[in-house]
Ligand binder design. Structure first.
Ligand code: NAD
Length: 294
């Protein structure tokens, strides 16, 4: 059996096209231009690439992109003051602080300082609480939101399906579990202390791997016909010192067994930024009491 490849790149492209149309409509009908402020502290090379891509895609969708690049030595108080300013700026509808922050800054204090109604990443405890409560008003973290969109494009009716999420982080694993629960799946959250992870995995109709361990999930872990979503991004040596990106799933082996599977790269990754734009448009509409066109 050979799996259907779940194409995150083209799904993200379609979503961005829809967002661009929605943004044009908001400008025309309501004079509203959604604005996203991205804050980067320091010069982590991967973070710089992420921030550049986020800003580029925000502007390409016709939205306002505001970038704040701060020196690595910036103090917590100065960062909190910037967030307070952005919280009060009516042109800013979404705020994102790129993680990780330098070690002298308390990450939780900074994320908690973002106004929940401008929390484009959905990391604020108020939004996590709303999601856990099953409320539709929660801002949902971008990566799990993108995974859910890919799963819903692949499976007609999720109700009653067994899902396993491998990984229990606040930004991927836990919100992913809440989203699948909201879709009426029977959800298992597995993690580093789970006993018999392969056995747990083999019972699942949907597998979401968000671990950060290259090719941890083998082909023998997958129930025939399951849907596999690989969130992992791992840099490995492809031989001769050449780097390659691989996921948490052994793609070659799992794609022999699964009904559908996301590749790495080109699966979940491209959906994350598209979902960030999606969240910002939603927040801008809410701020102005406009029904979201999405
Ligand atoms: P994290 O390190 O915060 O969490 C990893 C989780 O995996 C933990 O809950 C841990 O208990 C679990 N774990 C670790 N080793 C395990 C093992 N051997 N067996 C079972 N569980 C184990 O990571 P994260 O932020 O959730 O990210 C996970 C992966 O997803 C990383 O590779 C990251 O780069 C990637 N990621 C991708 C995107 C994207 O846009 N595609 C976004 C966020 C994260």
């Amino acid at each position: 059996m050979s799996s259907r490849i779940i194409d995150g790149k083209s799904t993200a492209e379609e979503l961005r096209k829809r967002l661009t149309g929605a943004v044009a409509g908001l400008a025309e009908r309501h004079g509203l231009r959604p604005g996203l402020a991205v804050v980067l502290v320091g010069d982590n090379p991967a973070s710089r690439v992420y921030v550049r891509n986020k800003a580029r895609q925000t502007a390409a969708a016709g939205m306002r992109s505001l970038e704040h690049r701060l020196d690595a030595a910036t103090g917590e108080a100065e960062l909190l003051a910037l967030i307070a300013k952005l919280n009060g700026d009516p042109e800013v509808h979404g705020i994102l602080v790129q993680l990780p922050l330098p070690p002298h800054i308390n990450e939780a204090a900074v994320l908690n300082a973002i106004a929940p109604h401008k929390d484009a990443d959905g990391f604020h405890p108020v939004n996590a609480g709303l999601l856990a409560g099953g409320g539709g008003d929660a801002v949902v973290p971008c990566t799990p939101l993108g995974c859910l969109m890919l799963i819903k494009n692949t499976v007609d009716d999720l109700a009653g399906m067994r899902a396993i999420i491998i990984g229990r982080s606040n930004i991927v694993g836990k919100p992913m579990a809440q989203l699948l629960l909201r879709e009426h799946c029977t959800v298992t959250i597995a993690h580093s202390r789970t006993r018999d992870l392969p056995g747990e995995c083999r019972r699942a109709d949907i597998v979401v791997a968000a671990v950060g361990r290259p090719r941890l999930v083998g082909g023998g872990w997958i129930k025939p016909g399951a849907v596999v979503v690989d969130v992992g991004i791992n840099r490995v040596d492809a031989g001769g010192g050449k780097p390659a990106l691989v996921g948490d799933v052994d793609f070659a082996a799992a794609s022999e067994v699964a009904a559908a599977i996301t590749p790495v790269p080109g699966g979940v990754g491209p959906m994350t930024i598209a979902c960030l734009l999606h969240n910002t448009v939603t927040l801008a509409c809410r701020a102005h009491g406009i029904q979201s066109p999405l």
